[in-house]
Ligand binder design. Sequence first.
Ligand code: ADP
Ligand code: MG
Length: 252
Amino acid sequence: MSDTYTDKIQEAAHRLGLKEIDSALENAFEEARKEDLSFAHALSNMFEQLALEADERSKEALIRFAKFPYRKTFDDFDFEFQTSISLTSLQSHIDEGYLSKCQNLIFLGPPGVGKTHVATSFGMAAANSRNKVQFISCSEMIARLRESKERNSYLRKLASLARPTLLIIDEVGYSTLTQDDSAMFFDVVCRRYERGSIIITSNKSYKHWGEIFSGDDVIATAILDRLLHHSKSYVLKGTSYRMKERGKETKL
Ligand code: ADP
Ligand code: MG
């Protein structure tokens, strides 16, 4: 291709504000010359590479936005240590499109058995498939909602919790909520009901959920009724993985 055209393309890309294309074109022209490729071939390579880089950037942005406690995936999970769940059954929710069906997933069990790890793995998988995810502990979510009430921005905060495709509420039940807090939790669940998936982790079995929500079985039942309508619950058993790791350290 004559230099007049390459200059013209570069100048147009520059005027269109396509900075990345402007600079990548130089390499594409070079590649075409060196490798004796058709210009269309070199351009196709260039756009493919730019698209891959853009995908990576948007995944990275979604993962940052989600605020996961750590970047762990199903690949990092030892299913031989935690035998109460299987990769096949967890993966089936993704394969069957739990997000588009607005289904909820709930992971119950004592500390250290892998609830947060599994919830994070679902979140990472969702973000990698270009979904907006938000990970938040129950206590932080309640603190933010309380704050928003004081600032008269409660509805806006509620709307922001309703927006992500997946909301992960971690550690429900570690502290008891007041009646006001429980009503706010109920509002979040109602706003997302049949509109967006929620993943919950909790150390308390359902029969003790009344205790979480200020001893109010009515609100606990109303929350569970909506959460469980389209959902799958898993109970993780066994000993803490943290203890296993600590055991290894002390043996060293
Ligand atoms: P919890 O059930 O209290 O939420 P976590 O999921 O946070 O526990 O697990 C505690 C730590 O142990 C994390 O670092 C997590 O990655 C790790 N862990 C727990 N279970 C497993 C497992 N089966 N395989 C690999 N790492 C695990
Ligand atoms: Mg946890």
